[in-house]
Design a protein around this ligand. Sequence first.
Ligand code: FEO
Ligand code: CA
Ligand code: CA
Ligand code: CA
Length: 637
Amino acid sequence: MRKQSSRDCCSDDRASDRVRINPALERIIAQRFSRRDILKLAAGLGGLTLLRPVAAMSRDRAEISGSTLTFPEVRRGADANLHVAEGYRAEVLIRWGDPILSESMPFDPLRQSAASQSASFGYNNDFLGFVPFPGQDHRAMLLVNHEFTQGAMMFPGSPAAKDLSKEQVDIEIAAHGASLVELERESGRWKVCRGSIFNRRISPWTPMRFDGPAAGSARLHTPYSKSGYASQGTYANCGGGLTPWGTVLSAEENIHFYFYGSAEAGVEAENHSRLGIQSTEDPRFHWGRFYERWNLDKNPREPLHVGWIVEIDPFDPESIPVKHTALGRFKHEACSLHINRDGRLVVFLGDDQYFEYIYRYVSNGCFKPNDCENNRQLLRVGVLSVAEFKDDGALIWHPLEYGRGPLTATNGFHCQADVLIDTRKAADLVGATPMDRPEDVEVNPMSGEVFVMLTKNPKRGASQVNRANPRAGNTAGHIVTLKAPDKDYAFSEFRWEIFLLAGDPDEREPASRYPAGLAREGWFQNPDNCTFDREGRLWLATDGNQEPGEADGVWACDTDGPARAITRRFIRLPFGAEATGPCFSPDHQTFFLSVQHPGDGSSFDDPSTRWPDFDSALPPRPAVIAVYRDDNGVVGS
Ligand code: FEO
Ligand code: CA
Ligand code: CA
Ligand code: CA
């Protein structure tokens, strides 16, 4: 793993986008990415919304009644295994500890080392960013976020966080961040190319830099970043998105778990409080015991270096990832990009916490398919807004701009950097609507509706109910759709409506709402990450559908026609696991899914499941799966 060194910590100049790379690699990249390829890449990106006319969709469906989804639903229940709908098979693509760099060692849970973990697949895989090599349907880069670690499931004896050795803490740190792996498809099946020159591990030590209005702010000065332009690493990476120019965006989410020392006394006490960073003797991660970087008494501004959206180039393993301050700082989950009809880039963002907000960023400039330099500016200069949901069905986007409305010195804002570093505080002041924990936000490529997953909010009281968050004690979550007028996603006002209220239809509280026709297997709760297939059907993953006898998994439904919002269960996960990062290959013959924290709630020595290996010498291992139809047809058709 990368150790702290003066070179890493203080390389604080305004670094260029890329460092010089070796000539052989440059040649390969040049061969593989002509300017024409960039256009093809944009067309192939599953996560980028390219709208198809609704009329075409309606014609396709006109003769079909009921759901267009044909798979038989997986039965309800919970056990140690993963279940996928009959007619499909799930194969493990990569799992925690699998070697990815040429110097990595085979996984041995009893002989783990930070060096080996630094060259191997990290823990708790989350968002999946699948980026095809331009013009090659059998090769792709996959970026996988590694959100967090769990000592109880990773190490023999299940040590508490405060009892981890320094080597174990170094393993934890190395298992965070992201993995980039090259995939190749042979005989219809995707495989990881171990040792590919494109493979890379990103960790909390990887040199990064800031751009946008907060780059260089005095508030970002730390012992490791003398001018506030350099940053070090990324962690708590949860959701993400794809750009039209072939890079991947990774979202820093639960940053509050990582800090030692006094949060209430330092120069950024108000900011820490608003982000949930509190003084505690026993934080979830004890990295601050070994590294002053995570000790607030020594380095009170370190938390300001996380909570951003990070851009990573999957095709240049030497590139320096960029933290885009223009997209604001909070507990980022969603990061969905859409090219507006006028060419501007629109990004939808969610802040994943009870009573937090939904944001939208609109670039000043326009996307130009053949102009990478132009496009890289799009996430630097633009306007971040936050959503207010009116009870009459209107949604108002409030711009968060220094000097506008309450965002002035009177309220502690002295420049745009302050607005972006204190995004939540700015959003509070302009009247944003506190939502029931915003997770994913995605644009339906067929209808153009924006789907918002609100995972739950049991803390919402009866007096806090509104029409967009209509249930007190919302333990089950719901889905809201947004409509942009004339598909102008940069417009200041949208309309919204409820798509469904999740939960068990047999339970009175919270009362669910689905259309008639839902099967017993079809209800779910706690929608989290989602994606759309090319027919515009919604595929959603759940986090929290784990009452006794229940399990998390994947559900899918039509988004128009007679079966709109009638969800059907496609995958059921093993004990303790959460479903994250669903995405399709461009040909839709493969559905990828991250299976996070299998066995959660048990222990390394006595796990509730040993998925996916079922080897008594191995603990359960978070893994990415690839799901295929038995006849290799299009998933869901
Ligand atoms: Fe890491 Fe929003 O879940
Ligand atoms: Ca998530
Ligand atoms: Ca997403
Ligand atoms: Ca979640």
